[in-house]
Design a protein around this ligand. Structure first.
Ligand SMILES: Nc1ncnc2c1ncn2[C@@H]1O[C@H](COP(=O)(O)OP(=O)(O)OP(=O)(O)O)[C@@H](O)[C@H]1O
Length: 232
């Protein structure tokens, strides 16, 4: 279980994350919604170790991870697919995936790469191409595949559908469903609320660094409240 308890974070004097709590069990997808600038990305950065929390705690299956650096969070099984995707533009598809495999517990082998290529034939076709020659959709697939090969326990995915064609968005969402099926905890930030909510077991809405609404993805009343509060 992922347990985030009263997490706070600052940028200098700006108190951006003001005591956000959340729990998630294996195989749950939690949607994080809210307008621009309310602290969703900051929440992810703080969980992933890119930003040191000023208070609160992060534990995963009972292990305290609060304040760990990104490398250490990665080794503990917390992975992030950031909004800008962060693939290595000058490295080939295969080299990008090899870097993902390095984060894998219990070593890696060629068969793990083959498994990824079976799942993402398009990446197999482009395995020798540099990351920056891929389309936006292919880059998103690569970013997600790179995380999946490490078989993390928690994946934080920030706005994966941004700038992508509807067909690719459907594919991205299908991958998230697969992650859930594999027992991964997925925290998902999405502006595309109407579509994303159907993926989510539960959701939380942030406003000015605080949770103002939580609910269940398949509860009609909760969904209505969600759409009302976001005015979408
Ligand atoms: N590196 C930074 N230094 C100072 N302030 C920052 C920094 N990054 C973000 N902020 C501020 O912190 C607040 C929360 O930003 P954050 O990016 O977490 O919001 P968000 O909900 O993810 O929004 P968006 O959807 O626009 O990414 C905003 O007011 C933003 O301007």
């Amino acid at each position: 279980m992922l347990k985030i308890d009263q997490l706070h974070a600052h940028y200098g004097l700006a108190h951006v994350l003001q005591g956000v709590s959340l729990t998630a069990d294996a195989g749950e997808v939690i949607g994080l919604f809210g307008r621009n600038g309310v602290g969703k990305t900051t929440f992810f950065k703080t969980i992933a170790g890119w930003l040191r929390p000023t208070d609160g705690s992060v534990t995963l299956d009972g292990e305290t991870l609060t304040g760990h650096l990104p490398d250490s969070m990665n080794r503990a099984g917390v992975a992030i697919v950031p909004e800008d995707r962060r693939i290595f533009p000058g490295l080939s598809v295969e080299e990008n995936l090899a870097l993902g495999l390095m984060g894998r517990k219990g070593g890696s082998s060629k068969s793990h790469l083959d498994t990824v290529y079976d799942r993402f034939p398009r990446l197999a076709e482009r395995r020798k191409q540099a990351g920056n020659t891929l389309s936006g959709g292919e880059q998103q697939m690569l970013a997600m595949a790179r995380v999946m090969v490490a078989e993390p326990r928690v994946v934080l995915i920030d706005e994966p559908s941004e700038g992508l064609a509807p067909m690719i968005v459907a594919e991205v969402f299908a991958i998230i469903r697969e992650m859930r099926k594999a027992g991964t905890i997925v925290l998902l930030v999405e502006q595309n609320v109407h579509e994303a909510i159907s993926l989510c077991d539960r959701f939380m809405v942030l406003e000015r660094g605080q949770a103002i609404l939580t609910g269940e993805g398949d509860d009609d009343d909760d969904r209505k409240r969600l759409l009302d509060v976001l005015a979408v």
